[in-house]
Structure formats: C-alpha cells, structure tokens
Write a protein that binds this ligand. Sequence first.
Ligand code: PEP
Ligand code: MG
Length: 560
Amino acid sequence: MPELTGVGVSPGTGSGPVRRFVEVSLPSPAQAVPHGDPHLERARALAALEAVAVDLEMRARHATRPEARDMLNAQSMMVRDPGLIGGVSGRAMEGATAAVAIGRSFQIYRDMLAVTGGYLAARVADLDDLRDRAVARLYRLPMPGIPVSDEPFVLVARDLAPADTALLDPAQVLAIVTEQGGPTSHTAILARSLGIPAVVGCPGAASIAEGTIALVDGASGVVRLDPSSSDVERVRRAAASRATAAGAVTGKGMTSDGHPVPLFANIGGPGELAAALAHGAEGVGLYRTELLFLDRAKAPSQEEQRDVYREVLEAFPAGRVVVRVLDAGGDKPLTFLPAPGAEPNPGLGERGLRLLRRYPEILTAQLAALASAARGLPVKLQVMAPMVTDVADAEYFVKACRKAGIANAGIMIEVPAAALRARDLASAVDFFSIGTNDLTQYACAADREVGALARLLDPWQPAILDLVGIAGHAAHEAGMACGVCGEAAADPALACVLAGLGATSLSMNAPALPLVRAALAAHTMDECRHAAKTARAAASAAEARAAAREHLHGLRDMGL
Ligand code: PEP
Ligand code: MG
C-alpha cells in the first residue's frame, strides 16, 4: 500500500476518494496581446482586481464562521491595497499588458513577503491566489477552486488559499492533503477550526490521481493510498467513536478521579469568543493580542485597545482570561515597530518581550489598557509576556505589570533557557504558560514554518517533554500554576501526558476542546503521570507516542 508522509496538522482520520483542487492554467503574461492602448490595459487590469475584491466580499458575506469571514475580508482589502493598485496602474500606463502589470505588481509584494520568512512568508500562497484570480478574470477563465462533487471526498491540492478553505464544507470534505504549506498555514488553521483531518507539506501529494482512495491520518501525517477495506472500515468506526466521545463529556476539564485540569481557548480577538463559549471553554488561556496591531501604521490607541480587551473579558464573568502582551517581531513584524537594522535570523532576534523592552511605551499603553478594561469586572485577568529568556526579563515584565496595577503577571515558557531555569523564574512571576510551538522550534533549532522539518517539530519528542516536565516540576514546587497553551495541548493523547508532566491547565483552539475534555475524563491522574514518565523515557517521538498510549487505554474506545 503506497504511503506518503507530511505534517499532521489537524488530528483525526478520514478516508475517501481523492478530488483534486481545480487549478486553472493561466496563459503566461508574455502571451498576452497588448492592445496598444495603455488606458485600456489599465482599465482592464483594475476592473479584474475590483471583480476579485467584490467576489471575495460576497464570499465573506456567505461565510458562516467569523474566522473565515475575517480572512476573506482581509483578502479583499489586499486586492484593493492602494500600493498594489498604484503599481498596476503605473505599469499599465508604461506599456505593460494588463496581465503583466498585475503579475509584476504582485511579484514585488511576493518577494517582500518571501524574504521576511516565518508567519508572513506563509502568506505568499495568499498573494499567488489573488494574482491567479485576477488573471483568470482577465481571460474569462473559471476561478481556481474547490471541486464540486456528489459524494464526500479527500481534498488534495498543491496549496490552498483562504478564499478556498474558508468555504469548505466539513460534511463534504473528509480530509485535506496539501503538497506545500507548513503547520501555521491558513490550511492548517482552518482545518483545525473546522475539525477536518489535515496533512500539509506532503511531498508527492499533488500527483495523487483523481479518484484514488486515500486514508489520511491528520495526527501522524501519514497518507495511505488504496488502503484495504478493513482499514477503511476501521477509520469509519474511529470517526464515529470520536464524534460520540466528543459529545459525551461536558463541564469542566478533569481527570476521571476528579483532578481539575481547566480547559481554555486560544483566541486572536473577540471574533473567536463565540466558538470558545460554544465548545465549553472555561476561559481564555491565550489571547494573542498582536492581531490588533497587525497592518497598522501606528499602534491602536489605549482607548481602542481597552474596548476590545473589555469585550473579551466580559465573555467570562466567572472564568479566567490570560492575555499575552504584544508578541511582535520575528514572524510577525510590525511596520511601526521596526527592529534596529536587518536581522539575519528574525526568529532569534528582537521579538516578543525583547522588542517591548526597546519600545517600553507600547508595553505601558497596553498594560494600562488591560488594567482599565478589567476594572469592575469579576473575571480573573492574568497577563503574560512572550519570549522571556531569563530572570531579568521576568522581573522587568512583572515590574511593568505591577506599576499598571495588574496583580497577576506571568510568563510564557517558550525559550529553552527559560524552561531549564524555570526554578529561578518561578520565584519572580505569578504563573507560567508553556508555548510548545516556539519551545519546540527553539529546542530543535527547526523553523516552525518549514514543513520539511516536520519530524523535528513534533512536540512528542522526549526532549520537549523533558523541558515541559522541568517547568511543570518547578511550578509545582513553587505552588504556582503552569498551563500549556501551544498546539500540543490540542492533541488529546498529548494533553493527558502534559497533565501528567505537571500542566495545571490546557489551552487550545476551541474545536479541539471536546476531545481533550473526553480524553482527560477517561483517565486517572496516575495514568497520565505513568504515560508521561514512559513517554519521557522513550528515545523518539514515535516511541514516546506509543509508550504513552500503553497507559492511556481509554483512547482506543474514543477512536483515537
Ligand atoms: C507558542 O509558541 O507555543 C505559542 C502558544 O505562541 P505562538 O504560537 O503565538 O508563538
Ligand atoms: Mg510563541
């Protein structure tokens, strides 16, 4: 049975016939016959861009999920970007055909994004998609997109752009496999939020023939082609068991013997509150505030920040909200906060708290906005700093919080040095929250955006479990809370292991909450601890996974 391996980014298994994404082969811009009238070429190019923007707005209006709506609206704004429009106009007036003017203008943005690396480089696929849509429009070709099918299918594509994934119907799409894309690509984010099993960065995927039966494991990243009927039946039963398990347990997160492990949602803004509440989040474990700062010429005012934060805080009157201060730099550069000079390795540069220490006024304003947002509300507000490395960083942040009147100040443990010296840090702060995404990237020296490094980016690696264990133990000794808010917490088996390693709460994308809740409820804390111990003793991620499962018998009944 042929097998392909990529990066599993959305757990669960799905099996069915492959339908390939409709790719339109566009004529090369050089083939375009110029009209010889620059005004006409300019008008054609601008009309094509506007038609794409209108189409995206229309899709946004029909999108039912807020994250899809936001993404599509952001895309339509990109097509209407004055810089882009100006570039296209200028090139057409200089004699380029409409297609060439569009192609070259997008190319400039594309090159800029590609060199930034990280989060923004992952947006290159979005730009390519917008360009292709505009050129398809110009030639009156069908828009590239999701195939239409009478039966559910496994969607296979070279890469997927937000405009495509946003309208995916989870009842139609059994699983997604893409040849390109990394763990933080839009495909990965949306697949997770829709609960569709997905594998990205899968070499060879783009050449899977239409109609081939594929069995996709969105946890391990393995895609089996032409599986046996018994394997398909096993997958079908597992999917049914997962659905039953996810609906069976409600209420607060806890192990079967009653150890509470509060379950929180990761959000990027008020738009994600509805999903968090619908999936029974007990609060917010990671509010990534940087989304409010992206695409701005200057920082949002203190008042604007306060109003947005208050909306989030009001959603959990009896719960807890952990807000992370601006995590800019690295993969999330902000135009108004330039790092000094070019950084050859932005991921290792002035990002997170390091950048806030350079621009203290941004931190002061954000903390003041948070303090005033929380005033008079019953919610427990906790504020934490990203990219803390040592005690000096921690003390700097806690001092700033206290000055703003914020009583509960913590740090993310996502730099290996911080995990290793967690005992020193514990005496300086009020809580820890472990960011397994960055912790894995830094511990393994593997850029988290690079699909080809998937093997090294697996949080099941015993080295990562060791770091989590060290931080968890230090927090326990200090009598302090230590949550986990990286993507690792969304894996039901790993969630049990993290609890066994000392995580006192888990925070994840909201759709992952029900299965994690069910997995915890199916095991005692002792079973979680044994699973953690044997996983740490393993020599590889695969062995750690297998060893942990020996102690987590409940997973099989849940179809996991
Ligand atoms: C992490 O690094 O694990 C984390 C939760 O933060 P982010 O993914 O936003 O860097
Ligand atoms: Mg991080």
